[in-house]
Design a protein around this ligand. Structure first.
Ligand SMILES: NC(=O)c1ccc[n+]([C@@H]2O[C@H](COP(=O)([O-])OP(=O)(O)OC[C@H]3O[C@@H](n4cnc5c(N)ncnc54)[C@H](OP(=O)(O)O)[C@@H]3O)[C@@H](O)[C@H]2O)c1
Length: 246
C-alpha cells in the first residue's frame, strides 16, 4: 500500500526551500491533501493558488508546543509527517557570542520535531502506521565547526530518528532520516559551491518513503560523505575540522 499516493501529509516550513519543494512533489506524487504549515501562512499563497482542493495552508510556528497539540487534535487524517522546518545560525560552539543561538537551533531543529512526532504518533497509528521524515544533515554525522551548534542539533535529529524508528516499529510507522549536503535554498545562499535542487531532494525522499528506505543521502556530496563516514569516521572528523579558519 502506498505511503504517499492518496494520503494526507503535513509539511512544516512549507513556504520556501526544501519544504516548498516537498509540497510541489507531493502533489505530483498523488498525495490526496497537503497541510502546508508555515509561521506566516500568507507566504503560501502561490503554492495554494490553483491547488485549493489539495493544498491546505496551516499556521504553525514549530516552537509553539500548544499549537502543535491543537493541530494534532484537528488533523486526524495525517498519514505522513515531514519535519522539515529548520534554522542555522552559522556560529561556532565556543566562538558564538551567546549560547542563545545553540538553544534556538536545538528548539527548532530537535525539540520541535520531537513534539510533532509525539503529538502525531497516535494519528499515524490510527491511519495504518504511516511514515515520518526527519531532515538531519551531513553535519548530523560529523560536526562542521563553522556550524558547530547547528551540527549538534542535527546530530540530535539523527539520534531522534533512530530512537523513534525503534519505538514506532510496533505500530508500523516507517521513519526516514535525510542527510543532505548543500541544497540550493536560502539557508545555503552564502556558500559558493555546487548545490542540488530542493525538488531533487524532495523527490528522492518521497521515493524512499514509498520503498521503505530508512536513510536518504539525496545529493552527490551527501553520497560521498556517507561513504567516507562509514569507511573512516575519524579521518572525516579531522578533515572537516580543518575547514575551520585558524
Ligand atoms: N539547504 C541546505 O543546504 C540544507 C542542508 C542540510 C539540511 N538542511 C535542512 O533542510 C531543512 C529545510 O531547510 P532549507 O534549506 O529549505 O532552509 P530555508 O530555505 O532557510 O527554509 C527554512 C524553512 O523553515 C521554516 N522555519 C524556520 N523556523 C521555523 C519555525 N519556528 N516555525 C515554522 N517554520 C520555521 C522557515 O520559515 P520562515 O520563512 O518563516 O523563516 C522556512 O520555511 C532544514 O531542516 C535544514 O536544516 C538544509
Amino acid at each position: 500500500m502506498s505511503r504517499v499516493k492518496g494520503k494526507a501529509v503535513l509539511v512544516t516550513g512549507a513556504n520556501r526551500g526544501i519544504g516548498r519543494a516537498f509540497v510541489e512533489e507531493l502533489l505530483a506524487a498523488g498525495a490526496s491533501k497537503v497541510y502546508a504549515a508555515a509561521r506566516s501562512p500568507e507566504k503560501l499563497a502561490a503554492l495554494v493558488e490553483g491547488n485549493e482542493d489539495r493544498v491546505i495552508p496551516v499556521t504553525l510556528d514549530v516552537n509553539n508546543a500548544e499549537a502543535i497539540e491543537a493541530l494534532a487534535a484537528d488533523l486526524k487524517d495525517v498519514a505522513l509527517l515531514i519535519n522539515n522546518a529548520g534554522i542555522a545560525r552559522f556560529v561556532g560552539l565556543v566562538s558564538a557570542t551567546s549560547i542563545q543561538d545553540a538553544r534556538d537551533e536545538m528548539e527548532t531543529n530537535y525539540f520541535a520535531p520531537l513534539n510533532l512526532i509525539r503529538a502525531f504518533a497516535p494519528t499515524l497509528k490510527e491511519n495504518g502506521g504511516g511514515a515520518i521524515v526527519n531532515i538531519s544533515s551531513v553535519a548530523g554525522y560529523v560536526n562542521f565547526p563553522v556550524l558547530g551548534s547547528y551540527s549538534a542539533s542535527k546530530a540530535a535529529v539523527h539520534s531522534l530518528t533512530q530512537g523513534v524508528r525503534a519505538e514506532l516499529k510496533a505500530q508500523g510507522t516507517h521513519v526516514v532520516g535525510v542527510y543532505p549536503g548543500p541544497i540550493d535554498t536560502d539557508m545555503a545562499a552564502a556558500f559558493p559551491m555546487d548545490k542540488t535542487s530542493p525538488n531533487v531532494v524532495a523527490k528522492e525522499v518521497l521515493s524512499a518513503v514509498e520503498e521503505g528506505v530508512e536513510d536518504v543521502n539525496p545529493d552527490p556530496m551527501a553520497v560521498d560523505f556517507h561513504a567516507n563516514y562509514f569507511s573512516d569516521p575519524k579521518a572525516l572528523e579531522k578533515q572537516i575540522g580543518e575547514m575551520l579558519p585558524q
